[in-house]
Design a protein around this ligand. Structure first.
Ligand SMILES: [Zn+2]
Length: 157
């Protein structure tokens, strides 16, 4: 066929994919759930969001990105912590608190200084999306999050 009035399969596929992703983005934006995930990844796509060769780090950072890391608040929801409060600050210990506000072992101070050093905005999105900060977050909180999960199991809280 010599006509140019038809779409090649690849063009059709691209149009369909664009349409589906725009519809998905609209539903994602209009849904009231998933505020934390939206703060980390506001744009939907079929791309793999995070890959890491070291499996333990990949799991820990992915759990943080998905908002299901073992913070005291999360353990409280799972009935594995008495009140869900940060042991040091006595406020609800969420991922946001742990990374941006907590005084425990100066986690938030170290992350704030690193963002200032590289003139990046201190935010959940920056800390959990940029490799440089992911490494620091992993170094600072992974042992804490894993240890307390096993501790909560052993205590049967
Ligand atoms: Zn705290």
């Amino acid at each position: 066929m010599n006509s140019t009035d038809y779409l090649e399969f690849e063009e059709l596929f691209t149009l369909i994919k664009t349409y589906i992703i725009s519809k998905w983005q609209l539903e994602y934006n209009n849904n009231n759930k998933g505020h934390f995930c939206k703060s980390v990844c506001p744009i939907v796509s079929t791309d793999i969001k995070y890959v890491e060769a070291y499996r333990h780090k990949e799991v820990q950072i992915s759990r943080l990105r998905l908002g299901v890391a073992n913070t005291n608040h999360r353990l409280f929801i799972l009935k594995r912590h008495v009140n869900g409060l940060c042991n040091k600050c006595q406020v609800k210990e969420t991922i946001h608190h742990l990374l941006l506000e907590c005084n425990k072992e100066d986690i938030s101070g170290i992350l704030r200084n690193k963002c200032q050093l590289y003139t990046d905005e201190l935010s959940i999105k920056t800390l959990l999306s940029v490799n440089l900060y992911q490494n620091e977050v992993y170094r600072l909180v992974s042992k804490l999050l894993v240890d307390r999960f096993y501790k909560s199991i052993l205590q049967g809280c």
